[in-house]
Design a protein around this ligand. Structure first.
Ligand code: IFM
Length: 490
């Protein structure tokens, strides 16, 4: 496959800045919000939970900004009922959350920990009681530390263990969950976890990163087939990818895009949806690994029929081949770290993008979302899409209004969301089968290597008191959901 994701250009008319007025979403389109276990739950030692790689990593000096950890986070584990009420108050139609594997199997193997299952059962039942669809992610990066001690995602055994874990969760919740997402952003697990070292477990071995890619793909396939055997309702099966939208720069841009699109997008999309690995990427990386960890039959396991492809989108990336002069630019949007997140593409240069930017330093470009959705639809027209994450970090200020209410006037976040909802709507008007949108994030939380310094929530969390405060963006989103039409700015 050599068709790249940047090729579908924006075609629809409308406000050039993606601030169209009054766009309406069809019935059935699911408006929700998303979180992840380690980012919000806290309670890391409660009820038999085992340690995860993020516990180890965040407790290692110098790995996370300010030494922040997920020990307490938003204390969602103990506040689940009031958080559910908050979701109801916003009118959410779905809630995408992840299950912490080490709560279910403290060492990643063996019998289920009843208390862990009971927690997620309470959460799912609480959602259903409030008429909110549960969208489960089985893995959002909190690998049981014991599995990492045995090689983590570089070891095929971890993929097999993941299939067993999926079965355990499916046996318990498989009559109630609406959407099962196996993995969140395996790109991050593989390349940031084992390549750049910016994420747990913090390894910096290019060959390990590529082995992790394959074992994550395999884990997905094993999990979907295990779930299919045990669920008794009719859920959707999905995976969530953070597909990169690359913009080519200059004469060498096309070759640079081929290289990084191969690593970031095609190494996942091709096996998952076509049952093949891209030959050009295997060749590009032949000096790093011989890919002999791909065993006979693996691709058949990985290619499972999918009901939905989850798409996480935040910004775009501009690339060209480095000419060897001056200092190579590495503005790929990720935290600078010891190793490379781009094995075999050391000669690709990541150029800074024009602003405006979010607090993460990521450029704001809703056209990238439209292009991405349209290009996916063009390549796989029969695969429905769901935006499983989109949102923005800004430095929010809590104010007390004249009426004595705490307020966060997060105009920038509303504008970001408004423009990206417009992009999603435009993609739909170009034929994309887009089923829903899960805003990242329901509440401020532990932003991995950045600790609590970046706030993505539409609900503010005071990390001293753990008080939740609806930001203006939450009120804006509640109105969007109520009216099923994008509100303007007031
Ligand atoms: O917070 C993360 C999330 O865990 C995965 N997707 C990107 C978000 C913002 O960085």
């Amino acid at each position: 496959m050599t068709q790249h994701l940047e090729e579908a250009g924006a075609q629809t008319a409308g406000d050039p800045d993606y601030r169209d007025e009054g766009l309406e979403f069809p019935p059935g389109f699911v408006f929700g919000s998303a979180t992840a276990s380690y980012q919000i739950e806290g309670a890391v030692e409660a009820d038999g939970r085992g340690p995860s790689i993020w516990d180890t990593f965040s407790h290692t000096a110098g790995k996370v900004w300010n030494g922040d950890t997920g020990d307490i986070a938003c204390d969602h584990y103990h506040r689940v009922e009031s958080d559910l009420d908050l979701m109801k108050q916003l009118g959410l139609e779905s809630y995408r959350f992840s299950i912490a594997w080490p709560r279910i199997q403290p060492t990643g193997r063996g019998p289920a920990n009843e208390a862990g299952l009971a927690f997620y059962e309470r959460l799912v039942d609480g959602l259903l009681a409030r008429n909110i669809k549960p969208i489960v992610t089985l893995y959002h990066w909190d690998l049981p530390q014991a599995l990492e001690d045995g090689g983590g995602w570089t070891n095929r055994e971890t993929a097999l263990a993941f299939g067993d874990y999926a079965r355990i969760v499916g046996e318990r919740l498989g009559d109630r969950v609406a959407v099962w997402t196996t993995l969140n952003e395996p790109w991050c697990s593989a390349y940031l976890g084992y390549g750049s070292g910016a994420h747990a477990p913090g390894r910096t071995e290019p060959a390990a990163a590529l082995a992790a890619v394959h074992h994550l793909n395999l884990a997905h396939g094993l999990a979907v087939s295990a779930l299919r055997e045990v669920v008794t309702n009719d859920p959707d099966f999905a995976i969530t990818l953070n597909l990169h939208v690359f913009r080519p720069d200059g004469d060498t841009g096309a070759e640079a895009v081929r290289r990084v699109d191969g690593l970031a997008n095609r190494l996942f999309l091709d096996p998952l949806l076509n049952g093949t690995y891209p030959e050009d990427v295997l060749a590009d990386t032949a000096g790093i690994t011989d890919w002999s960890f791909i065993q006979q039959g693996d691709l058949g396991i990985i290619r499972q029929p999918l009901d939905l492809l989850g798409v996480n989108y935040y910004s775009t990336t501009r690339v060209r081949m480095w000419d060897g002069n001056g200092e190579k630019q590495n503005a790929d949007g990720h935290k600078p770290s010891a190793g490379t997140a781009w094995p075999g593409a050391d000669d690709v240069e990541f150029l800074p993008q024009p602003g405006p930017y979010t607090e993460m330093g990521w450029n704001i470009d809703p056209s990238g979302l439209e292009d991405l959705l349209v290009s996916l639809h063009e390549r796989w027209p029969s695969v429905p899409l769901m935006i499983t994450e989109n949102g923005a970090a800004f430095s929010d200020v809590v104010e007390t209004d004249a009426d004595g209410q705490r307020r966060v006037h997060d105009f920038d976040r509303i504008d970001y969301l408004r423009r990206h909802f417009t992009a999603a709507h435009r993609a739909m008007s170009r034929g994309v089968d887009l089923r829903g949108y899960q805003v990242w994030s329901l509440m401020d939380n532990f932003e991995w290597g950045y600790g609590y310094s970046k706030r993505f929530g539409i609900v503010h969390v005071d990390y001293e008191t753990l008080e939740r405060t609806l930001k203006d963006s939450a009120r804006w989103y509640a109105r969007l959901i109520r009216e099923r039409r994008i509100p303007g700015l007031e």
